[in-house]
Design a protein around this ligand. Structure first.
Ligand SMILES: Nc1ncnc2c1ncn2[C@@H]1O[C@H](COP(=O)(O)OP(=O)(O)O)[C@@H](O)[C@H]1O
Ligand SMILES: [Mg+2]
Length: 285
């Protein structure tokens, strides 16, 4: 690829990330697919909204966009229209259940699975225009090490890396951390263990992965905690309703609330020193 274009894209990413702003961008990603990114992004968005934050949720999984299905929303326009320049992102925002604002993804468009550098720049620039109407922008990025996913993580203030306790998921999460650490953009990563059998199991996964990342990659990984495995999650997906709305008192919903509260606590604490939501690095401590 043309080096000038790559350099320009890099500059833009850093510009978007480091600019003084009110909203923060949280990328939700994973090494392996099917680990619960979409479930986490949607339920976390609803919990943060319930806590009073203005939340925009963006379905940027360009291969398998499905937040619209989870929220049971039909949208005439989606990210494909933004990428092609036919719509601005603020023109396609939908009101979703739970008070969340949703930007629907572009599912099933094979040609969009990998964007050109120019198209990626366009989305990232459009995302930054949402900052005035949100406190937090949550981006469901899709899985795996691809230029699209990496670009979203590198542009975000913080990356929430979702993994399950399965060895394959943990290995793929490590590969993702490795790739992010090589980007040289100072990406901040927190690990969320989803579908955990217990707190102890999740803690073990976190400790193993964070120790290995510190030792071999020299990158600190924050602990975002865990979401318990709970059959209410797939059950609610089948009913096209996020679990925190369908079953607010189930185990998984309590975990989502705890995660949102952890994020809120961190953001409120940093607000005292640095303006609202600025020091996102503190979110998960
Ligand atoms: N905590 C959980 N407990 C049980 N099942 C879960 C949990 N989180 C997600 N799932 C299920 O796992 C499947 C994949 O989740 P999804 O959010 O679509 O993953 P991804 O976006 O990473 O591909 C879905 O069927 C979902 O219902
Ligand atoms: Mg998904």
């Amino acid at each position: 690829m043309d080096k000038t274009i790559v350099d320009q894209a890099e500059k833009l990413r850093l510009m978007v990330r480091d600019r003084k702003k009110t909203a923060q961008i949280l990328a939700v990603t994973s090494g392996k697919g099917g680990v619960g990114k979409t479930s986490v992004a949607a339920n976390l968005a609803i919990c943060l909204r319930a806590a009073g934050k203005r939340v925009v949720l963006v379905d940027a999984d360009l291969g398998l966009a499905n937040l619209d299905v989870l929220f049971n929303i039909k949208s005439r326009y989606n990210l494909a229209h933004v990428i092609s320049g036919r719509r601005h992102i603020d023109e396609i925002i939908q009101k979703a259940p739970g008070g969340v604002k949703l930007v629907c993804g572009a599912s099933g468009l094979a040609e969009m699975a990998e964007l050109t550098s120019f198209q990626r720049q366009r989305i990232i620039q459009e995302l930054s225009t949402l900052e005035s109407q949100a406190d937090i922008i949550i981006v469901d990025t899709g899985a795996g090490i691809s230029p699209n996913v990496l670009a979203f993580c590198e542009s975000a203030d913080h990356t929430l890396l979702v993994a399950t306790p399965e060895p394959t998921s943990v290995t793929d999460a490590y590969a993702m951390i490795k790739r992010l650490s090589q980007s040289g953009t100072g990406v901040k990563v927190s690990l969320l263990v989803n579908m955990a059998q217990s707190r102890l199991q999740a803690k073990n996964v976190y400790q193993r992965l964070s120790m290995t990342a510190r030792k071999f990659l020299d990158i600190p990984i924050s602990d975002a905690g865990f979401i318990l495995k709970d059959e209410r999650v797939p059950e609610s997906v089948c009913n096209c309703e996020p679990v925190v709305l369908a079953y607010p008192r189930c185990q998984a919903s309590y975990c989502f609330l705890a995660l949102a509260s952890k994020i809120n606590r961190g953001s409120d604490r940093s607000a005292l020193n640095d303006g609202f939501f600025k020091k996102v690095v503190n979110w998960f401590f």
